[in-house]
Design a protein around this ligand. Structure first.
Ligand SMILES: N[C@@H](CCC(=O)N[C@@H](CS)C(=O)NCC(=O)O)C(=O)O
Length: 221
């Protein structure tokens, strides 16, 4: 059976768990990372020398890097093409957007999240928060324009390309900030919110400050 090594609330675990949910893949998840620890043991480092989460083990096959895991799960378990693009060019476009998520959007988003959720309110750097939000919104404008044409990241239905973006948008929307409105992102996001796997694996509280973060890490484990 597929083993997933990750605490549930890790931002990089959400796409993996959502994929597992969409494809109904039998699995066992082990709580690793964050307040659960376990990422620096010899045994874990043998699987993932970065000491990061998530990692999966599929029989003897071990894989880390969340977007690589999402792609692998789709290739291996998605015989009905529920998420797996149907041809090489669609696959390449999915790859393109997933790489754009990981290299361009996510780094800004995670810095912004840490500056708010993982920082005590009196210690927050409001100038930094403002600048990160403005950078994030410039990138979200690109996503919004694209979704205005396609409806989804690739093609006209949900695919693996959408998977890393859904959790990011969910968590960004929950941050206590005044936000620019992006009508196309909102329409796309409204369709994700209807999906039971998205509701279960992504739409749970992650807290608004460090104390809540650690409380919810345990409560929603
Ligand atoms: N690029 C990696 C990043 C992995 C990563 O940084 N994971 C974070 C959690 S989102 C982590 O391992 N944090 C340390 C911990 O939870 O103990 C991926 O996408 O899987």
């Amino acid at each position: 059976m597929l083993g997933v090594y990750s605490r549930r609330n890790a931002s990089n675990a959400l796409p993996v768990m959502w994929t597992i949910g969409e494809l109904s893949i039998p699995h066992i998840r082990h709580n690793v990372g964050g307040s659960f620890g376990g990422v620096n043991t010899t045994e874990y480092l043998r699987m993932n020398p970065n000491g990061r989460i998530p990692t999966i083990r599929d029989n003897d096959f071990v894989l880390w890097e969340s977007n690589a895991i999402v792609r692998y799960l789709c290739r291996r378990y998605d015989a009905e093409n529920l998420l797996l693009p149907c041809n090489e060019q669609q696959y390449a476009l999915a790859d393109q957007w997933m790489d754009w998520h990981k290299t361009t959007l996510y780094p800004i988003y995670i810095d912004l999240t840490w500056a708010i959720v993982r920082t005590e309110p009196p210690l927050r750097d409001h100038a930094l928060i403002e600048s990160l939000q403005s950078k994030l919104e410039s990138q979200l404008a690109i996503l919004d324009t694209h979704l205005g044409v396609n409806g989804y990241l690739v093609g006209h239905q949900l695919s693996m390309a959408d998977i890393p973006f859904g959790p990011l948008v969910y968590r960004y929307q929950k941050l206590n900030l005044e936000k620019k409105e992006f009508a196309n992102i909102q329409a796309w996001f409204n369709s994700l919110k209807e999906r039971p796997a998205f509701q279960h694996h992504v739409m749970f509280e992650f807290g608004r400050n460090p104390a809540e973060w650690y409380r919810f890490e345990r409560e929603y484990s």
